[in-house]
Design a protein around this ligand. Structure first.
Ligand SMILES: NC(=O)c1ccc[n+]([C@@H]2O[C@H](COP(=O)([O-])OP(=O)(O)OC[C@H]3O[C@@H](n4cnc5c(N)ncnc54)[C@H](OP(=O)(O)O)[C@@H]3O)[C@@H](O)[C@H]2O)c1
Length: 235
């Protein structure tokens, strides 16, 4: 099955499952354990192999915020030692109030925030000043902030900014003028990111002299709701 279909289908089934679980009064004092395999990375080198499982993690982590203590996420690898360690690790994770757990070769891992030093953070990735930078949704709040930031802080000089309204969007004329005054050459074009053909035609307009070197996708329409009211269409 193609990955996008697998992601949609699996996330939809997980949504139904979690909603049904939460609706059952008799489960009110118990916890649903959602088990995936290869859906999260436990190290910088870790490889996420199951993108559909990763989407389930996103969904369930949001659900955990709305329904604390009702859901536990567990990710396994292919090692039998991890299956063997599962019940003990689950008990320990539940006692410790953990909401996320991964087992790798039988060892448990739980996520922790750690302080990152300036050295560890390393150099910010450089933008090629001769390359074209595409920002989708660039006439919106995040996109226009990002476009300004890319020009001011990262030296972007060739910007291709899109949204469905394009140059007709409120503030587009001012944004164009502001970025040009900062030294960037700017094209604001109407293009629906969800329209594959329109997107292909847009990319054909990128000049050879300034090939596409970076894409920032900020296009989006907020239509959110709480988990119990969520439908597959909204999700
Ligand atoms: N602002 C936040 O603090 C925040 C935080 C977390 C997540 N987000 C998410 O980040 C995304 C952007 O947020 P925002 O605050 O910048 O929203 P916004 O101000 O409404 O901007 C969204 C931009 O995306 C464009 N757009 C929407 N659908 C498009 C499509 N199919 N093709 C091309 N462009 C499209 C809109 O323009 P047109 O309508 O003209 O196409 C607009 O320029 C949203 O999905 C939002 O849910 C935002």
């Amino acid at each position: 099955m193609p990955v996008p279909s697998a992601v949609h289908g699996t996330a939809e089934r997980a949504l139904t499952l979690v909603q049904e679980w939460l609706a059952h009064e008799e489960f009110a004092d118990s916890r649903l354990v959602v088990v995936t395999r290869g859906a999260v990375a436990t190290s910088d080198e870790g490889d996420v192999r199951d993108l559909a499982g990763a989407a389930v993690w996103g969904l369930v982590r949001s659900a955990q915020n709305e329904h604390p203590d009702r859901l536990l996420l567990v990710d396994l690898d292919d090692q039998s030692a991890s299956w063997d360690a599962l019940s003990t690790a689950l008990a320990a994770a539940t006692d410790a109030g953990e909401t996320q757990l991964a087992l790798r070769d039988g060892s448990p891992y739980t996520p922790r925030l750690t302080r990152v030093s300036a050295d560890e953070r390393g150099e910010a990735p450089a933008l090629d000043p001769d390359g074209t930078v595409l920002v989708t949704g660039a006439t919106g709040t995040l996109g226009s902030l990002l476009a300004r930031h890319l020009v001011r802080e990262y030296g972007a000089r060739h910007l291709l900014l899109t949204s469905r309204s394009g140059p007709n969007a409120p503030g587009a004329t001012e944004l164009h003028a502001e970025l040009q005054a900062l030294g960037a050459s700017v094209t604001i074009t109407a293009c629906d990111t969800a329209d594959r053909d329109a997107l292909a035609s847009l990319l054909d307009t990128v000049p050879d002299a300034h090939p596409l070197t970076a894409v920032f996708h900020t296009a989006g329409v907020l239509d959110d709701t709480t988990l119990t009211n969520l439908t597959p269409e909204l999700y």
